[in-house]
Design a protein around this ligand. Structure first.
Ligand code: FES
Ligand code: MG
Length: 577
């Protein structure tokens, strides 16, 4: 344990304490807002970084939830200051929030560095907000904890539970196949999202908030509480109280996010049946924390850790609300004790092992025991071969078993509009054995690696009852998607990766048990094609999009900007005041 800080050692005191002209300016201006010395003297300032906006349904409750955090900060003798940050609403931000994850991370880092604050509560949960907030706070190196938005309650359609994303895709295919009425469809539309909170399937949001808890960056049990449960409001107040204590203890992200903590995060991700997006975010988060992680760490964990959370889409029935009632993440982690580093420190100020004391599972079908898993091997597999020298990812637990080993002819698309139009044609020459390929959809080609990777099944085959096919792209897919989709092919086509050389009819083989992916075209022929290859024109010639293209890393490296990575230069200096 390091010694507790004194008031003089707080960075906010550099703004508020000095008897000089600058100190006068800061005090008079905070008094302009109705505060007095009772509010700040001797008190740590807690930044509450709030990603609320009028167009983020997953964070709709943050507008008032922040009041609970403030109450907690005040109870513990701190001074709360709400700082709004980029909201990154997964549904509405185009072409993809992934284009802006690093922008949020930059914003958070600079918000914390430039303001008179001593630590932070990070309010997020909708997909990219979680890694964005954590990456920024890690680089700012101030004590911080994450307040997860919590999942929304179950969807409902005529008494039947509906899951975010997963049921949208499923019923859209049924509609395209002609099996649903207009009325059915509008009822599903009105019933699939019924409360504030993030997607309640095991999508990227549920995955990333669980990973954050396993990493030790949330209060114990926080990530599973539904957004509208009164327990969520109480947890928010507790987060405010705890942030004040963390500042006195100088419990910075660097002391929590160790290699052991990241190993715990990966283990839990696998047991949750995690979103494929988790790989990219965890690699980026680890690099910010100075921990070098590659794709192989995920593949190794996947072989070791079974999927225990029976939550869709890897599971067949349940949603996050059921997972909470069954014991939530502490319940799941209690079953993984033998696979976790229990000594890892958490923001609660105690070890992960201590936070799990008393954790139990109340429903063995929702959170399975180790000897009766949903899926015996883990959630993700990393494939390599001449089509993906730097790796690519598939989620075997969410694809039809007969496609795990497959050889078929390629049907290649360079862009999404052409692909959509072609795949809807009734006269398309395509069989269930075809391998559909989309390229120029990676980090630089998208740009931003949109979630286009669950390529549509050709309409003609849908009508024949086909529901899964092998699909390959350098894009990502939504964590709520499913199917035999090979994603994150690296290097991507836009920077000259072999995916750019594939032609219609080339044979492609995937073998998930052997972790292999092969383009069955001779080396000579590929060399000829490479000599004739030209990149697609870049989409952005100016502004943020241009900067993104210049600095984005590949998928297997976490898609951070090179200049934001911790190893790029010396840590940024504290501001002069
Ligand atoms: Fe926000 Fe899915 S749209 S988590
Ligand atoms: Mg998503």
């Amino acid at each position: 344990m390091t010694a507790r800080k004194t008031y003089d050692q707080l960075r906010s005191a550099r703004w508020f304490a000095p008897d000089d002209l600058r100190g006068f300016g800061h005090r008079s201006r905070i008094m302009q807002m109705g505060y007095g010395p009772e509010d700040w003297v001797g008190k740590p300032v807690v930044a509450i970084v709030n990603t609320w906006s009028d167009i983020n349904p997953c964070h709709a409750h943050f507008k008032t939830r922040v009041d609970e955090v403030k109450r907690g900060v005040l109870q513990a003798g701190g001074f709360p200051l709400e700082l709004p940050a980029l909201s990154l609403s997964e549904n509405f931000v185009k072409p993809t929030t992934m284009l802006y994850r690093n922008l949020l991370a930059m914003e958070v880092e600079e918000l914390l560095r430039s303001h008179p604050v001593d630590g932070a509560v990070l309010m997020g949960g909708c997909d990219k907000t979680t890694p964005g907030l954590l990456m920024g706070a890690t680089s700012a190196r101030l004590p911080a904890l994450f307040l997860p938005a919590g999942p929304m309650i179950r969807g409902n359609w005529r008494g039947q539970a509906l899951g975010s994303g997963a049921d949208a895709w499923k019923y859209w295919d049924e509609r395209r196949a002609g099996n649903l009425t207009e009325r059915d469809w509008t009822d599903i539309e009105a019933g699939i999202a019924r409360s504030p909170g993030h997607c309640m399937t095991m999508g990227t949001a549920s995955t990333m908030t669980a990973i954050t808890e396993a990493l030790g960056m949330t209060l114990p049990g926080a990530s599973s509480i539904p957004a509208v449960d009164a327990a969520h409001a109480r947890m928010a107040a507790a987060a405010g109280r705890r942030a004040v204590e963390m500042i006195w203890e100088d419990l910075t992200p660097g002391r929590v996010q160790t290699r052991a903590a990241f190993d715990n995060a990966i283990t839990v991700a696998m047991a949750m049946g995690c979103s494929t997006n988790a790989i990219i975010h965890v690699v980026a988060m680890a690099r910010r924390a100075g921990v070098e992680l590659g794709l192989d760490a995920f593949d190794a964990a996947s072989r070791r850790v079974p999927v225990l959370a029976n939550v869709r889409p890897s599971g067949d029935r349940y949603l996050m609300e059921d997972f909470f009632y069954a014991g939530g993440l502490p319940g799941l982690m209690s079953r993984l004790r033998g696979l976790l580093n229990l000594d890892a420190m958490t923001v609660a100020g105690k070890s992960l092992g201590k936070t799990l004391a008393g954790a139990v599972v109340h429903n063995d079908d929702v959170i399975r025991p180790l000897d009766n898993p949903v899926y015996r091997e883990g959630a993700l597999a990393v494939l390599r071969g001449n089509l993906a020298p730097d790796g690519c990812v598939i989620k075997p637990s969410a694809c039809a078993p007969h496609l795990l080993q497959h050889v078929g002819p390629a049907l290649v698309f360079d862009d999404v509009p052409t692909m959509k139009a072609t795949l809807d044609r009734d006269d398309l020459d395509v069989t269930p054995d075809h391998v559909i390929v989309l390229r120029n959809a990676g980090p630089r080609g998208g740009p931003g690696m949109p979630e286009w990777g669950m390529l549509p099944i050709p309409k003609k085959l849908l009508k024949q009852g086909v529901r899964d096919m092998v699909r390959i792209s350098d894009a990502r897919m939504s964590g709520t998607s499913y199917g035999a989709c090979v994603l994150h092919v690296a290097p991507e086509a836009q920077i000259g990766g072999p995916l750019g050389l594939v032609r219609d009819g080339d044979m492609i083989a995937i073998d998930v048990p052997a972790r292999a992916i092969e383009l069955r075209v001779s080396g000579d022929e590929l060399a000829r094609r490479r000599a004739a290859w030209v990149p697609q024109p870049e989409r952005h010639q100016r502004g943020y999009g241009w900067m993104f293209g210049q600095h984005i890393r590949q998928a297997h490296e976490g898609c951070d900007f090179d200049f934001l990575e911790t190893g790029f230069g010396a840590p940024s200096a504290e501001p002069d005041i």
